[in-house]
Design a protein around this ligand. Structure first.
Ligand code: PBG
Length: 332
């Protein structure tokens, strides 16, 4: 506070809330279409559009239709999309080679989008779970998710994505040392311009359930991800992770999930002042959609309120499945 408030009635804070015009004048935070990143699920085929039961309104799309969605993003003013592949179970192995196949589904989708809509930023996910017979983000040996061998695989995966034309790489695996290793490899291969948005503070959360359905990882996952993703009880540890990832060369950092972790967003932004994003994850989307489809919540209103909260908490932007709907609302 710059100065103590004079007592009532000199101070009546309701004065500036008395009309829509006055409220608009003193509004502290706004959401813009330019704050949105739209996650898209990709599946093999042509003209393929597969609904995901736990995520009403979200579809897995074949590459041709993902390109259509990318055009829609561009037309709506959304600056970036983020791709997640649904991998054919036959391609999932314990060594995860499909992850760095230059022609895997994700890399083909990146190329197709960059061909058709070069001005749109394409973000990709770096983690082994879509390709892993075990469903884990890392390579599993004797029940352990091994760190350093996984990092080597992630580096191959990152280079294949950069070669396909991805603008922003999103390591979501939570292995130690991956940001530095990926940054060094990108630099040495001439990909100086490829940015890293690190999933720096990613919690071991039950809110990822519907996403695992969407990418077909639910059945595959053996055990849980608690030895690499963060304990939801921790906050200082998130700051250490963000400091570490920025120190290793992350251009932007992410907190994930979003709504239950807004305190972490605020601490990260205040401490580092770096570009900070939140992921409003599949379970958050599913909750809001389920309640609004039952008529228990006003869907548009809770969408706006939940997304504005990320701006208030200090985020520069949000990954959200609501991106096209929110953009349409903002564009009137
Ligand atoms: C995979 C990954 C996950 C999400 C994004 N990347 C799931 C997980 O870690 O199990 C979740 C996104 C969402 O729930 O919307 N590494």
């Amino acid at each position: 506070m710059a100065h103590p408030l004079p007592p009532y009635p000199a101070t009546r804070l309701r004065r500036m809330r008395a009309s829509a015009a006055r409220r608009a004048l003193i509004r502290e935070n706004r959401l813009s279409v330019e704050d949105l990143i739209w996650p898209l699920f990709v599946v093999e085929g042509r003209g393929e559009r597969q609904p995901i039961a736990s995520m009403p309104g979200v579809m897995r799309l074949s590459v041709d239709l993902v390109v259509e969605a990318a055009r829609e993003a561009r037309d709506l003013g959304i600056p970036a999309v983020c791709l997640f592949p649904y991998t054919d179970p036959a391609l999932k192995t314990e060594t995860c080679e499909e992850a760095w196949n230059p022609d895997n589904l994700s890399n083909r989708a990146v190329r197709a989008i960059k061909d058709a809509v070069p001005e749109l930023a394409v973000m990709t996910d770096i983690a082994l779970d879509p390709y892993n017979a075990n469903g884990h983000d890392g390579i599993v040996r004797a029940g352990e998710i091994v760190n350093d061998e996984t990092v080597e695989a992630l580096v191959r995966m990152a280079l294949a994505q950069a070669a396909a034309g991805a603008d922003i790489l999103g390591p979501s695996d939570m292995m130690d040392g991956r940001i530095g290793a990926i940054r060094a490899a990108l630099e040495s291969e001439g990909h100086h311009h490829v940015a890293i948005l690190s999933y720096a503070a990613k919690y071991a959360s039950a809110f990822y359930g519907p996403f695992r359905d969407a990418v077909g990882a639910s059945g595959a996952l053996k055990g849980d991800k608690k030895t690499y993703q963060m304990d939801p009880a921790n906050s200082d540890e998130a700051l250490r992770l963000v400091a570490r990832d920025l120190g290793e060369g992350a251009d932007m950092v992410m907190v994930k999930p979003g709504m239950a972790y807004l305190d972490i967003c605020r601490r990260v932004k205040d401490r580092f002042g770096a570009p900070t994003f939140a992921y409003q994850v599949s379970g958050e989307y599913a909750m809001l959609m389920a309640a609004s489809e039952n008529g228990w919540l006003d869907g548009d209103a809770v969408m706006v309120e939940s997304l504005l909260a990320f701006r208030r908490a200090g985020c520069d932007g949000v990954l959200t499945y609501f991106a096209p709907r929110m953009a349409r609302l903002l564009n009137g």
